[in-house]
Design a protein around this ligand. Structure first.
Ligand SMILES: *Cc1c(COP(=O)(O)O)cnc(C)c1O
Length: 448
């Protein structure tokens, strides 16, 4: 098919999809398709960098100085972590919030408050950051992986029930990329089997399920404010819950078994194992400053991410991650799509990513399969696990937790990072333009 025809077909389908493309824009795109790929010495589609992260100004400077000069740097004496918890409840419509040192500790405390321990199994997805699984093993429970739905990149709810046994004590769906897991299906299964749900919402700030904020649908919702996340205090975390007992349990777990807000110095302990996972006053007030921008940034990512999907869906071989019907808003911590080399003249994903980078569009291939990482099986082969679960259960674990769909997805995925969605809409046009240009020259690039 000629380039001319391709272009005409693109423009007509784009117009049918209601995508507004200016005439100047389409001429520029056509010109770019004729241009040599930057990887082969042509002019790059984009020369300026994407918006940098984090965003900060006088507000953050003042917030940190206020804590510094107050002399109260720890939440027991200060007021800022308390204020942050209140503000985060207001932002998300949650009843309770417990701030923590980081996202890992918010998950760790949630599972601790739910009494997860040795001999238990916890359902997790394999397409996630490693912390989701580490916290399960920190409680000496066994992670049971359920395969990914490649269309959505989320845990496949159709495969959860088959993984549940009489040892299962919790389900931990992850809203990966900030797109929602299928919370209707997951909550149905959880209620039927009387299992608590801990939402790993570490990438999902202000994302929504049927108009409710992610992290407020399950029994607890866990957030990270690590430097790369959509709300950032370098390190930081929070647990949301609508359940008074769980709120008290999470608080005690993160505060060395001590209840909140008893006047004066006290050593009254609640009946729970615990740690010190507290947020500092510096983190709390930095977050309050960052929160003055979080809704505007979130709107920008949502608008740009949704728009980019309408553009990329038109390109053969590019399959943007789908959202479930109930996902009324993605947080777009990542922008995720699958890349099919057979539609790009066999150009490998690695080469495609390299070519995109050369055009000024940084991308990555994302996660590799977590369920087959050797440290997990080595941990399960450790003395304590062998004693509690028995040799046979450990020997059967690799077969039980195979995730073939996820293995395939890990070879097809391409990601953009959240900061790339913080600029003007024309940045999205340029991303699509670069991908179309690479596709038009895929044969040459594959040979190069
Ligand atoms: C970042 C992240 C975590 C861990 O958060 P930290 O603040 O880095 O401890 C857990 N789960 C997911 C899905 C994450 O992206």
């Amino acid at each position: 098919m000629s380039e001319q025809l391709n272009r005409r077909r693109f423009l007509s389908t784009a117009a049918a999809a209601g995508v507004g493309i200016s005439l100047a824009g389409s001429v520029r795109q056509a010109a770019a398709a004729g241009e040599k790929p930057a990887l082969l010495g042509g002019k790059r589609v984009r020369t300026q960098s994407f918006p940098s992260w984090p965003v900060q100004d006088k507000r953050e400077e003042q917030a940190l100085l206020d804590v510094l000069h107050s002399g109260d740097w720890y939440r027991g004496g200060g007021k800022y972590v308390d204020a942050f918890e209140k503000a985060y409840c207001e932002l998300t419509g949650s009843k309770h919030c417990v701030a923590t040192a980081n996202g890992t500790s918010s998950l760790f405390a949630s599972l601790g408050a739910l009494g997860v321990g040795p001999g238990d199994e916890v359902i997790v997805p394999p397409y996630t950051f490693v912390a989701t699984v580490n916290v399960v093993m920190l409680h000496f429970a066994m992670p049971i992986f359920v395969d990914t739905d490649p269309e959505t990149f989320q845990i496949d709810p159709r495969k959860i029930e088959a993984a549940i046994t009489d040892r299962t004590v919790a389900i931990v769906p992850v809203h990966i990329g900030g797109y929602a897991a299928d919370m209707d299906a997951i909550m149905d299964i959880a209620r039927k089997r009387k299992l608590p749900v801990v939402e790993d919402a570490c990438q999902a700030h202000l994302g929504e399920w049927r108009g409710k904020k992610l992290g407020t649908v399950g029994d607890t919702g866990c957030f990270s404010f690590q430097a790369s996340k959509n709300l950032n205090s370098g390190e930081g975390g929070a647990i949301l819950t609508q359940n008074d007992d769980l709120a008290a349990g999470c608080y005690a777990f993160h505060n060395n078994s001590r209840a909140p807000k008893i006047a004066g110095y006290h050593f009254n302990y609640l009946n729970t194992r615990a740690s010190n996972l507290r947020m500092t006053e510096f983190q709390g007030n930095l977050l309050l400053a960052q929160m003055t921008r979080v809704e505007e940034q979130s709107d920008r990512r949502r608008d740009n991410g949704d728009y980019l999907s309408t553009l990329l869906a038109e390109i053969p071989g590019i399959a943007p991650a789908k959202k479930y019907g109930g996902c009324t808003r993605s947080a777009y911590h990542l922008y995720m799509f699958r890349y099919h080399p057979e539609q790009f003249a066999g150009l490998s994903r690695g080469k495609f990513i390299q070519a995109l980078g050369a055009e000024g569009i940084p991308a990555s291939g994302g996660y590799s399969p977590l369920n087959t990482e050797s440290f997990i099986l080595e941990t399960l082969k450790g003395r304590g696990y062998q004693r509690v679960y028995g040799e046979k259960a450990v020997a059967q674990w690799p077969e039980r937790t195979r995730c073939p769909e996820n293995d395939k997805l890990c070879e097809e995925a391409v990601w953009f990072t959240q900061n790339m969605l913080l600029g003007p809409r024309s940045d999205m046009d340029q991303i699509a333009e670069a991908i179309r240009k690479i596709r038009a020259h895929a044969g040459e690039l594959a040979k190069a």
